[in-house]
Design a protein around this ligand. Structure first.
Ligand code: 6PG
Length: 261
C-alpha cells in the first residue's frame, strides 16, 4: 500500500519520457511563479540514475531556450555508484552525456558526489557536506523534485533490500554496501527523499510490473521493498509510468489512474 498522490500512465517509454519532461517543466514553472521564501533559492532537482531517465535527460537538453533557466536550477544526484565520474557505470557520467554537455548550466549548480570511487564513507560524508547548505530549518535539504527509478527488487535510489542505509535517518547521505552487487553505493537517505516537495517515480517496461504491484498492493515491508519508504510529507508522490509497467495491476486504493499523453 502506498500513498500515491497521482498515477499518470503513458502509452509507452517514449511518451513517458516526453510526459516526464513536461511534468518537470511544469514543476519548474510553478516554482518560478511563486515568490519563494528567501527570494534567492534556485529550483532543486535530484536526478535518478539507471537507464530509464536517459531519454528524459536528452529531452531536457533539447528544451527550447528559455523554457528552463538552467542558471536557476540546482542538480543533485539521488544516488551514485562508487566509481569515478568518467566510469561507464557512473550516474554522473550518464547525466553529463545526456544533459550537462548540452546545456548552459553553471558548474556551481551541478552538485555531483565529490570524488566517488575511493572510500565510500568519505565520498558520502563529502556529499552530505556539499548538500548541507540546501538544508532548511528542519536540517533537511529542501528539494523541489526528486526523480526516482525502481529496481525489479523494489529498490530505489541506492536503498536496496535489507541494507543498512534503509534504517539510517540521522544522515542526509550515506554509503551503502550492496552485497548482491558486491559494491558500495552512495545514496540520499529516505528522510531527505521524503522531505521533497514532489517525488516522482519514473517507471517503464513490463519488467517493472511486479515491483509496481508490490509497491501498490504488496505487504508493507520496507526492508524487503525499500521503495515503500518513499512517503513524502507534506510533499506529493507521483507515479509516471507506462502501460507495460502497469500491466494488469489495479490502482491502489484511493487513487485513480490518469491516462495521459
Ligand atoms: C541507479 C538508480 C537506481 C535505478 C533503478 C532502476 O543508480 O541505478 O538510482 O535506483 O533507478 O535501478 O534502473 P533502470 O532505470 O535502469 O531500470
Amino acid at each position: 500500500m502506498t500513498l500515491a498522490s497521482h498515477i499518470h500512465i503513458c502509452a509507452d517509454a517514449e511518451s513517458l519520457a516526453q510526459y516526464a519532461c513536461k511534468w518537470l517543466v511544469q514543476r519548474y514553472q510553478e516554482f518560478a511563479s511563486q515568490a519563494n521564501d528567501d527570494g534567492s533559492r534556485r529550483f532543486r532537482v535530484a536526478l535518478s540514475g539507471g537507464s530509464t531517465p536517459k531519454r528524459l535527460y536528452q529531452l531536457l537538453s533539447e528544451l527550447p531556450a528559455g523554457t528552463m533557466d538552467w542558471q536557476d536550477v540546482i542538480l543533485i544526484w539521488g544516488d551514485e555508484r562508487n566509481v569515478p565520474p568518467d566510469h561507464a557505470d557512473s550516474n554522473f557520467r550518464m547525466v553529463r552525456e545526456q544533459l550537462l554537455d548540452h546545456i548552459d548550466i553553471p558548474a556551481e549548480n551541478v552538485l555531483g558526489v565529490p570524488e566517488p570511487g575511493g572510500d565510500a564513507a568519505s565520498a558520502a560524508a563529502a556529499y552530505e557536506k556539499l548538500l548541507m547548505p540546501l538544508a532548511g530549518d528542519e536540517g533537511l535539504p529542501v528539494i523541489d523534485c526528486v526523480l526516482l527509478g525502481i529496481g525489479d527488487d523494489v529498490h530505489t535510489a541506492s536503498l536496496f533490500p535489507e541494507t543498512k542505509a534503509l534504517d539510517i535517518t540521522d544522515r542526509l547521505v550515506v554509503e551503502n554496501w550492496v552485497e548482491k552487487l558486491d559494491t558500495w553505493r552512495i545514496t540520499l537517505t529516505s528522510p531527505v527523499i521524503n522531505a521533497a516537495k514532489h517525488v516522482a517515480f519514473l517507471i517503464a517496461g513490463a519488467g517493472k510490473e511486479s515491483a509496481l504491484k508490490t509497491i501498490w498492493h504488496g505487504p508493507h515491508n520496507p526492508s524487503l521493498y525499500p521503495s515503500q519508504l518513499v512517503q513524502p510529507r507534506p510533499g506529493d508522490l507521483w507515479f509516471l509510468v507506462d502501460e507495460a509497467a502497469v500491466g494488469s495491476t489495479d490502482a491502489p486504493d484511493g487513487v485513480a489512474f490518469q491516462r495521459v499523453s
